[in-house]
Ligand binder design. Structure first.
Ligand SMILES: [Zn+2]
Length: 83
């Protein structure tokens, strides 16, 4: 981890990998005071059907096994936020 606090004129960060983006999103959500509500909303509708697929309409074009990436994100945030 690099400290950038003393470098205000730092140019834009290099492109992030998907894993780094995921980590950043998890950290931001975990730090949010509204995260319980946010996570509830994120999780809504992400239920498994009888075949183990996620039923959320956002996956209509590409089937996702349950738990889908959205639920894995929610779970990651919850684990990170727990004391
Ligand atoms: Zn889903």
């Amino acid at each position: 981890v690099k400290a950038a606090a003393d470098k205000p004129s730092e140019p834009a960060e290099p492109p992030q990998s998907a894993a780094e983006v995921f980590k950043g999103v998890v950290q931001e959500l975990a730090a949010s005071p509204d995260r319980v509500e946010l996570l509830e909303r994120l999780r809504a509708g992400h239920e498994p059907d009888q075949h183990g697929w996620c039923r959320h309409p956002s996956h209509a074009a590409h089937w996702e096994h349950h738990p889908c990436p959205t639920l894995r994100l929610v779970t990651s945030v919850e684990h990170r936020a727990d004391p």
